[in-house]
Design a protein around this ligand. Structure first.
Ligand SMILES: *Cc1c(COP(=O)(O)O)cnc(C)c1O
Length: 403
């Protein structure tokens, strides 16, 4: 692949997307719906694959919405999520036929209600709730702590009776990247308890329960997709106890996943451009830095990224101890690892970072420093199906009318 299409390149295996989908589906209680969160990887071939497998789409922008619709998602199977939606994007989504909105606040509830009224279309609003308890073992906590996500449970409890005719149920996505089954179960339990507390306090019966997801996978290091052998049965028993109508779709149970569905399908291939010593420490410089992978580490700490040697000159390699692994950008923040033990890498070596099909390229600082983006090579059943290269382009813009 590297010889044929050059480096840096993201390589996506669609068969792995299908495999991950089948594993996750088998781990979820039935009946339930599964949405693909485009945030993890909006590559059209991946979205098409998951749509064809029956996933709905969870989108957070008009760009993601357009990608989902182009990929064949039916607008009525799209859920539009996210804090701080603008009136214009909500209006555009309603116009495109989107009916499912997750709203995060009283303002968001009014916004979607009036956009739907204006368009004469029904909106199916899920009230995203920030519950009072935070679940243990969470990667990025989004609930039980002050946050931009969701309306506080206390607010929901006070106002549910007034807004019950406008909402279809609850959205309880709590956090991401839980690889441990017990932590996942604790999180779903916290979500179900939040929903049950609200239902008990107000007599409201949700028609839809979106329990979120957060199914974890090793990021940027090798490792198999975690299995969740007990999840379906334990969750089904909890649902039987708390929302007994769920087996007949009342409430309909929904899950969302980005990471689990796509992490394992993708690797980044890149090359070593320089190796030197600095103040006694080895420094390995790559063609790819936080412009191609791990850009979000500037916002939240990621574990170190240590690429694997794929192909070199065939000579035996000693180990470089405590190496700095850096990208080519002119900032000390462009560092994947500050102290890694790696084979003695040499300029020209091909290296690979596995499990970066999720939160890889689209979560990186592509615009920073103007280097070309990696190519994206898609293959399935042993054959390359498409190759493309995203780019940041500058378009002319006009003043806003009427100013
Ligand atoms: C990010 C996000 C997801 C996807 O999370 P993964 O960990 O990638 O599965 C799903 N739902 C919401 C609301 C999100 O913000």
């Amino acid at each position: 692949m590297a010889d044929r299409f050059g480096t840096p390149a993201y390589v996506y295996d669609l068969d792995e997307v299908t495999r991950a989908h089948d594993l996750l589906r088998a781990a979820l209680p039935q009946p339930s719906r599964l949405l693909y969160s485009l945030k993890a990887n909006p590559h059209p071939a991946i979205v098409r694959t998951l749509t064809a497998l029956g996933c709905g789409a969870e989108v957070c922008s008009v760009g993601e919405l357009a990608t989902a619709l182009d990929a064949g998602a039916a607008p009525e199977h799209v859920q539009y999520t996210g804090p701080g939606k603008t009136d214009a994007e909500v209006a555009e989504a309603v116009k495109s036929g989107v009916r499912w909105f997750s709203v995060d606040s009283p303002t968001g509830l009014d916004q979607v209600t009036s956009a739907a009224d204006r368009a004469d279309g029904p909106a199916t609003i899920l009230l995203r709730v920030n519950g009072t308890a935070t679940a243990p073992g969470q990667g990025l906590a989004m609930t039980g702590v002050p946050s931009q996500f969701g309306a506080d449970e206390a607010w929901a409890r006070r106002h549910l009776t007034a807004v019950r005719d406008r909402i279809a149920g609850f959205h309880l996505f709590q956090g991401t990247n839980l690889a441990d089954e017990a932590a996942l179960l604790a999180q779903f339990d916290a979500a179900l308890q939040t929903a049950a507390r609200l239902a008990a306090a107000t007599g409201y019966r949700p028609r839809v329960l979106n329990l979120g997801g957060g199914f974890g996978v090793p990021f940027a290091r090798s490792g198999a997709l975690p299995r969740f052998p007990a999840l379906a049965d334990v969750l089904a028993a909890r649902l039987d106890a708390m929302f007994p109508g769920w087996r007949d779709g009342a409430p309909a149970v929904v899950f969302e996943s980005g990471r689990y569905l796509t992490a394992a399908c993708g690797s980044l291939l890149t090359r070593v451009t320089d190796v030197k010593r600095s103040h006694g420490r080895p420094v390995v410089v790559l063609e790819s830095g936080v412009n191609h992978l791990g850009g979000m580490s500037g916002l939240r700490r990621l574990p170190p990224i240590v690429p694997e040697l794929v192909a070199g000159d065939g000579e035996p390699r000693a180990t470089l101890r405590e190496a700095i692994i850096a990208g080519p950008l002119c900032t000390p923040l462009d560092t994947w690892a500050r102290s890694a033990d790696v084979p003695e890498l040499r300029p020209g070596d091909l290296v690979r970072v596995p499990n970066v099909g999720a939160y890889g390229l689209s979560a990186s600082l592509l615009a920073f420093l103007g280097r070309p983006a990696p190519r994206e090579v898609v293959h399935a059943r042993g054959a390359v199906t498409e190759v493309s290269q995203p780019a940041v382009v500058r378009l002319p813009a006009e003043p806003i009318e009427g100013t």
